[in-house]
Design a protein around this ligand. Sequence first.
Ligand code: LRH
Length: 494
Amino acid sequence: KKEGLALAVDLGASGGKLFVGELKDGKAEIHPVHKFKNKIVLAQGRAYWDFLRIFDEIKMGYALAQREFSGQITSIAIDSWCNDYALISEHGTMIGTPRNYRDSRTFGWIERSFEMMPQYEVYKRTGQQFQRFETSYHLLAEKEQDPDILGIAKELIFIPDYLSHLLGAKKYSEYTIASVSNLYNLVENKWDEDILKAYGLPREIFMPIVYAGDKVGEIAKDVTDELQVPSAEIYAVGSHDTASAVVAAPAEDDEEFIFISSGTWSLVGAELRNNIMTEESMKLGFGNEGGVMRRNRYICNVMGLWIIQECVRMWNLQGKDYDFAGLAEEASKVTTCDTVFIDPDDSRLFEPANMPEVVAQMAREHGYAPQNDFEIVRIVTQSLACKYRYVIDNIEYLTGKKFPCLHIIGGGSQNTFLDQLTANYLHKPVKAGPADATGIGNILTQWIGRGILKGLKEARQVCAASCGIKTYQPSSDETFEKNYHKFLHDIGKA
Ligand code: LRH
């Protein structure tokens, strides 16, 4: 009998992945067992998730995994993007279909909320970045636009926690995902009653908190009967995918380090022991996200590979057949526009759109008309690398620390062109990998919860010993520094 087989369900905005983890001689063997696509579903201008299909894929993946591993998987945990939630009626039915965090209903709500409670008053409590897709703004919009729905809701459960509940777990909010709702008081470690009161939101719908590593239930009989496979224990891990990913950052020790969790978003941050909740930190756009084992992820969201994903979606609708690796390769050969930059965090890039045209328009505003698709990818990629440098300079300034290298984890770490450009602009070595950091972090956390690993330090040692990490050395070419200053000038930060 195999010991410790754990199944991770990792849901991202563009797809879900299931992995079985096996611990052998101090190394983690990670077996991908199921994969499916995920996307925004637009209906009458509203943006949703195809929620029940996601649940069904999880069930099918669980059955496949149990069959492949002869019914020996003994634990499962789910993580996903953050912010989005299901509302539950008094008798336990989901009300409606969960919205996608990019839904346009939150437009304007950041500013409107400051009239209910001033910005720094909120920051001193929640420590979060102010981004329009946060739970607080969705709830404010929901209350105004759909008061009946919030009126009958008895419970609010975040997406991964609700999926766990549908499998058989109790109802809860895991700490890392609660912490990024902008409604959770990080200092007092509880839902912030004053913010909820100021916003006119009901306190009763928010769930009790559990922590990553806690056992929260087991797969229910209706599910095992349907699937005809054995049950397994359900664990809470960092329900917020970024929290799980950072568990698998193969930092050499468990000291503080900088990272980019790179996927649809680029989460540029540092794992710290303390929170930084000063006004300056707020103004520079940093948030403090609750981490696994109560670490702090000091983070700034950069728009990330979403921009390229949206370009690819549009190009493929036009009948082109691009893949990410091929595009990055072609973009790396472009020599015509290496000093053309856009601000990847321009608000025009947030919602689904004809992205190649939006990027081209932004480039034209800086005096350059892109000639082809590869130039568009080149401009986005080098702008991302520069934005990373800008954020990391700010982290070093605000923490007063110098970090020797940068870890890039997540699917985006496979973009070798972006990895190398980041090293060049940052003048630091980049350690890229693991690509499946979130799934691996999810599994490592289950092992901590089950007492198989002692804690984060051991988890990271296992991860570093198991995953091939690729190092990119910075170039000594001085034009990168010169171009970086052009970037700062172009985005108005010079
Ligand atoms: C990444 C992520 C990120 C959030 C965003 C909404 O998947 O969880 O940390 O800010 O989705």
